[in-house]
Design a protein around this ligand. Structure first.
Ligand code: ADP
Ligand code: MG
Length: 892
């Protein structure tokens, strides 16, 4: 291929100097994509590809009108592309083009999505050597939302923690540190689970000195000390600042504050738990049906973002939570005032976003009007709160008083005096500002209006003066202003009319005077446009300088909105204020699942846990409600720790420092990771990180492997959690063997979800009761699912037989009664429920074997043979005959 020259050559050389995947280059009224870029864009956005010939070669070309670029950019960026934008500008020798911005998922300002849009950086200090001082956390993370100016840093001790933070913020774009490898587990998880675009930003931006300098310059010289964060974190923050600057988003000024998100006041909520509890989306990936969607009644997008943030970042500080509770309590009873507040909030726009737009210089006059109107919401909220005694005494009064109300009123005043009531969306053609705002502008406007008035009335005057019919005055691009006279009257026009065009039914004329007025009005229009734009820019600048104030006011409005949302949900769903304390007791009276109760006639259930009863083994038939019960407990604790009321009749909740779950595994299958491997790595994570103040939910752990393996793992994990970790734990299992643990471990108790069985029919009662159950009712479910009757009947028989054999083994004698058998890990054998060391974990078994009986050597052989049978690989029929054979040998 020959070297491209001309416009395509320019395109290709610009492209060479950017690492963006696509380049949009302005060519007059269009932004054009050439070559491969054209093909990609055309494909993604359904554009037509044409050909551009350039010095003998032909190149694909696709373009969008300059004014339409934004939606196309948005669409490309949302598909994960980074798009460079080159603008055209005039020079002495024609024009030139230059890349002014690189738009990426994390720096897209034009978003219309209400969600936060985080750009993240993550630095692995152990790898880069940045954390070499020893005291620093291994991972440093920084998060910035360019659309609102929010900037946070966080630290993590290992890659799991780092992923937890990343999962919480759900960034759209991630900058990995300079030493990251592409096969890194963490980065893979970011790509696959979070779906973020990974961008390799230049190494120097992460350099400790340079990053430190950037952070101090942006947020103040004392920042690093005040936040007490380590080098990796500073590197991450510095890299983000550098990246935002480099991409040309131009919003650094809206990032007025940096916040550290330290672990100690936050409830640990790992990525798996966030997904398992379906906080923001269901396991199927739908937003509808998530806990957030269910409880969200916010009126503003900023309020929605804040509520979501609360849910993803529950707190441990009793003071913070009680403050929120107080507001929610006051709001939940003050129904009228609450409705007034919410109505008023409905008038508010997204101040943080508007502040970012103002600093970026993309806010138009309507945006500034929105700022004006939203600033007016704050004093109204304050009034409503003051006029209700309950609300006035709640923390709400302080919340709306926190921003500088005087400064906010001043800014509102300024905007109100300046802005016209119904401004156009373009900012260069006048009509933005009111009269009386600027004397010079007033003069121009006055003269402009005069001339316009003269032109508007010209037709009338001409008609009367020259006795003409069918006269109109108008303007268009080619003819400028003209007087148009109907054909029949055209002969009677006065001499000074100069004909410029003949149409089918009319003629167009101009006059010296009209031409002069035309020149004047064009000059005035330009003058007015320029002057207004200049003044408007000053005004926008003024707003940009108040970005921090706008963020404060926005924050106050969002807080009231989020609290009112919690109160609304509580009032509408009969939720109650939980009694929070620092002790161990977790008692929920008639609790319900916050999401399931919305769509189901829900059967409420109690939970009772404390120091002496810290571990519940939950058994019950398939589909009886074990998983729902446990999630309900986790959701209630979580809601309590965002300051919300909870779905129960009464609740007492000892604050936890973390919630850990291991529930289901279906979605992991879809990602091609072995279910069991995932299950075990998550279990391992829980065993490592949970503390005695944590809440642990284990649902069918061990299911992913052969029965004996599974039971053994479940057994050992239970012992470890009980003895070492001592976390509050609920463990649902279909291994009834585990119910025997209650005998051995003092803090373990059995509960089961009850079902009624009569005449072979099972009714789920959905009621949780104390004590174990031994039935899995799997055969019943098989019947429900339509497995043919002969098979169902046969499995009943086989089950009976197997139970009998197990009972015989355990008791060393024949009995036809089904017996609760327990797998004893120390001996590796089954033993009867009523063995030497304890009473029965409640069963329908009637007979009791003798304690401490001795086993004869022949019988021992049989036992050994029994042990060697692999239940998982031996077909049931063969099992039966094997057991029969063993039985016969025993009888001998
Ligand atoms: P398990 O884990 O025991 O197999 P699930 O918790 O998955 O059972 O519940 C099975 C079904 O029963 C679900 O559809 C759930 O909505 C419903 N369910 C569970 N608990 C209740 C309850 N307390 N009240 C009403 N429906 C419930
Ligand atoms: Mg379940």
């Amino acid at each position: 291929m020959t070297e491209a020259t001309g416009i395509v050559g320019e395109f290709l050389s610009l492209k060479e100097n950017t690492d963006a995947e696509l380049l949009a280059m302005q060519c007059g009224d269009f932004y054009e994509f050439f070559d491969e870029d054209a093909e990609i864009v055309a494909d993604e956005l359904d554009l037509k590809v044409s050909k551009k010939s350039s010095h003998g070669s032909s190149y694909p070309m696709a373009g969008v009108p300059v004014d339409d670029l934004t939606p196309y950019l948005k669409a490309l960026v949302e598909r994960g592309y980074r798009v460079a934008v080159a603008d055209q500008y005039e020079t002495d020798s024609g024009h030139a083009r230059e890349i002014v911005r690189v738009v990426t998922p994390g720096t897209l300002l034009e978003t219309t999505d209400a969600d936060a849009q985080y750009l993240a950086a993550v630095v692995d200090g152990s790898r880069s050597g940045a954390g070499s001082s020893g005291a620093d956390a291994d991972y440093g993370l920084a998060f910035a939302d360019v659309t609102t100016g929010r900037f946070l840093v966080a630290e993590a001790d290992d890659s799991d923690d780092a992923l937890t933070e990343l999962y919480r913020f759900d960034p759209v774009e991630v900058l990995p540190g300079p030493d990251a490898r592409t096969d890194d587990d963490l980065l893979n998880a970011v790509r696959e689970r979070i779906g973020a675009t990974l961008t390799l930003h230049e190494t120097e931006a992460f350099a400790p000195k340079r990053a430190d300098h950037a952070v101090r310059e942006q947020f103040g010289t004392e920042t690093v000390e005040r936040l007490s964060v380590g080098e990796p974190t500073v590197a991450a923050a510095g890299a983000i600042l550098d990246y935002v600057e480099e991409t040309g988003a131009g919003v650094l000024a809206s990032m007025t504050r940096i916040q550290a998100h330290h672990g100690d006041d936050h409830v640990t909520l790992d990525a798996t738990t966030q997904r398992n509890l379906e906080l923001t989306e269901t396991m199927q990936g739908e937003r509808e049906g998530s806990l957030f969607r269910t409880i969200d009644h916010t009126e503003t997008s900023a309020g929605g973002r804040l509520l979501k943030e609360w849910l993803q970042r529950p707190r441990r500080s009793l003071e913070t939570l009680e403050q929120r509770q107080e507001s929610v309590a006051a709001l939940s009873t003050a129904a009228l005032a609450r409705d007034e507040l919410r109505d008023e909030l409905g008038e508010a726009y997204d101040l943080a976003r508007l502040a970012s737009k103002a600093t970026h210089g993309s806010a138009d006059a309507r945006d500034l009007l929105s700022v004006r109107d939203t600033l007016a919401v704050l004093p109204t909220l304050a009034e409503i709160i003051q006029s209700n005694p309950d609300l006035a005494e709640s923390p709400l009064a302080e919340i709306v008083d926190r921003p500088d109300r005087e400064a906010a009123a001043d800014l509102r005043e300024t905007l109100a005096e300046a802005l016209a009531e119904d401004p156009p969306s373009t900012v260069t053609q006048g009509g933005l500002l009111t009269r009386g705002y600027d004397p010079e502008l007033d003069e121009v406007i006055e003269r402009h209006e005069e001339v316009r008035e003269w032109l508007d009335t010209l037709a009338e005057r001409e008609k009367r003066q020259y006795n003409l019919s069918h006269v109109t005055v108008d303007r268009n691009k080619t003819d400028g202003y003209y007087i148009q006279v109907g054909k029949s009257a055209a002969d009677g026009v006065p001499d000074h009319y100069e004909e410029i065009k003949t149409l089918k039914n009319s003629k167009r004329f101009t006059t010296d005077e009209l031409e002069e007025k035309e020149r004047e009005i064009l000059r005035l229009e330009e003058q007015r446009g320029d002057l207004e734009y200049e003044l408007f820019e000053e005004l926008r600048e003024e707003v940009a300088e108040r970005a921090e104030l706008l963020q404060d006011v926005g924050r106050a409005l969002a807080t009231v909105d989020a609290l009112a949302s919690l109160a609304t949900h509580a009032a509408e769903n009969r939720w109650v204020q939980p009694n929070l304390h620092r002790g161990d007791r977790l008692a929920i009276d008639q609790g319900r699942h916050p999401v399931v109760e919305q769509t189901t006639e829900f059967v409420p259930n109690d939970v009772e846990m404390d120091e002496d009863r810290g571990f519940l083994v939950v058994t019950g038939p398939n589909m009886s409600g074990k998983s729902t019960y446990m999630r309900q407990v986790a959701c209630i604790v979580l809601l309590a720790q965002i300051g919300s009321f909870v779905p129960a009749k009464d609740a007492e909740i000892g604050l936890v420092d973390g919630i850990f779950t291991r529930v289901g595994a279906l979605d992991e299958l879809a990602q091609g990771r072995s279910t069991f491997m995932v299950e075990m790595s998550e279990l391992s994570n829980i065993l490592h990180t949970a503390t005695e103040d944590s809440l642990v939910i284990l649902d069918e752990v061990g299911r992913g492997t052969a029965t004996y393996d599974g039971i053994s793992i479940a057994w050992a994990a239970t012992e470890y959690l009980h003895n070492e970790v001592q976390a509050k734990t609920l463990f649902a299992t279909h291994y009834h063997e585990l119910t025997g643990l209650a005998e051995e471990l003092p803090r373990v108790a059995n509960v089961h979800v009850a079902a009624d069985e009569s005449d072979g029919d099972v009714t789920f009662l959905r009621t949780v009761r104390d004590g174990p159950t031994d039935r899995s009712y799997g055969i019943h479910v098989a019947g429900l699912a339509g497995v043919p009757d002969p098979v169902v009947d046969r499995s009943r028989t086989v089950l009976e037989r197997l139970r009998e054999e197990k009972a015989i083994e355990a008791k060393g004698g024949g009995s036809s009664e089904p017996v609760q058998t327990v797998f004893d890990l120390s001996s590796g054998q089954f033993r009867g429920s009523a063995s030497a060391d304890g009473g029965s974990p409640a069963d329908d078994s009637g007979s009791e074997p003798d304690a401490g009986e001795t086993v004869e050597p022949e019988a021992k052989d049989v036992l050994e043979d029994l042990e060697s049978i692999d239940v998982n690989t031996t077909p049931p029929i063969e099992l039966v005959s094997k057991v029969q054979e063993l039985q016969e040998r025993l009888e001998d």
